[in-house]
Design a protein around this ligand. Structure first.
Ligand SMILES: NC(=O)c1ccc[n+]([C@@H]2O[C@H](COP(=O)([O-])OP(=O)(O)OC[C@H]3O[C@@H](n4cnc5c(N)ncnc54)[C@H](OP(=O)(O)O)[C@@H]3O)[C@@H](O)[C@H]2O)c1
Length: 277
């Protein structure tokens, strides 16, 4: 496993060990990750030799590529593909399949990594989640301090997917058959505007919480001041603008793969309420 300590991976490790799968996790810092179940191996995703050494003898690998560019990815994908029979890659719903051109995600590495997996000829399955429910934790400090989130795009309709559902799907794919070549687009059960998400968090936390819309230009200035590259900030703002009046879709993939309804944002907010108080 790569990304075992991450937002999705930390829910995947216990699911795999519960299914009697032996897990070996690559981490940059085994000391920091030592509470985690399974065997820990020091390594770096950008050091393909360490990736190959960690994967030696494994039957399958869970791959994350948590970087903004593909620099070094081809070597790492090749190193993994040379060791394991199967790869499950945590991609994103930003990837589109373009006839004749393959998976594409302009400005993001996910599409190119998917293409590398195809070229490597390793058996693989791709998970393409929409935004994680856990992204709402970015609002926690503002909500705790003032009970308000000031941002652009409150009317943008997003469909947050619970990271535990992504882990559940990954566990099913890693431990079951019939998933080779699948591209699983994962969503929650319903689209909600960002302002609705903030209201739901307030209800769960037991305190009034509201959205305060700010102009796009002000949001952009703040992002640049926070160190976002202009192209990424503009891409994120364009994305939100496009979702106003055209919310993200709902897929039935979580239910098809796990047999269960996807967890809703209200459940997620209730379980994480303490983080917003
Ligand atoms: N957030 C979203 O809404 C969203 C939506 C769709 C797709 N995604 C995709 O999800 C992926 C991130 O997954 P996540 O959120 O579960 O992870 P995360 O919480 O961002 O954690 C990053 C993980 O990557 C590992 N890592 C970071 N740099 C590393 C390096 N140089 N070498 C080895 N390991 C390294 C970390 O392990 P150690 O610290 O233990 O080394 C950690 O486990 C990204 O590719 C992102 O595009 C995110």
């Amino acid at each position: 496993m790569t990304g075992a300590s991450g937002t999705v991976g930390r829910h995947l490790v216990p699911r795999l060990t519960a299914a009697a799968v032996r897990v070996r996790a690559l981490t940059r810092d085994p000391e920091r990750a030592k509470e985690q179940a399974g065997e820990l191996v020091r390594g770096d995703l950008r050091d393909p030799e360490s990736v190959a050494a960690a994967a030696r003898g494994a039957t399958a690998a869970f791959l994350v590529w948590p970087f903004p560019t593909v620099d070094g990815a081809e070597e790492t994908v090749a190193a993994l593909a040379g060791q394991v029979g199967r790869v499950v890659y945590l991609s994103s719903a930003a990837v589109r399949d373009v006839p004749g051109a393959g998976p594409q995600s302009p400005g993001r590495p996910d599409g190119e990594i998917e293409a590398m997996l195809v070229r490597s000829r390793v058996r693989h399955t791709v998970l393409r989640p929409y935004g994680f429910a856990a992204n709402a934790l970015r609002w926690a400090a503002e909500i705790r301090a003032e009970g308000v989130v000031r941002d652009y795009g409150g009317a943008a309709g997003l469909n947050p997917v619970d990271e535990r559902d992504i882990a559940e799907v990954a566990a099913r794919v890693l431990t079951g058959d019939g998933h080779d070549g699948a591209r699983y687009v994962l969503t929650g059960p319903e689209a909600l505007t960002r302002a609705e998400q903030v209201r739901i968090i307030g209800e769960a936390a037991g305190r009034p919480t509201r959205w305060e819309e700010i102009p796009r230009g002000a949001a952009r200035e703040r992002m640049l001041a926070d160190g976002w590259p202009a192209s990424i900030a503009d891409g994120a703002l364009d994305f939100l603008h496009a979702r106003i009046g055209d919310p993200e879709p709902v897929t039935d993939t979580v239910r098809r793969v796990t047999g269960r309804r996807p967890r809703g944002f209200r459940d997620w907010a209730a379980e994480h309420a303490a983080r917003f108080r």
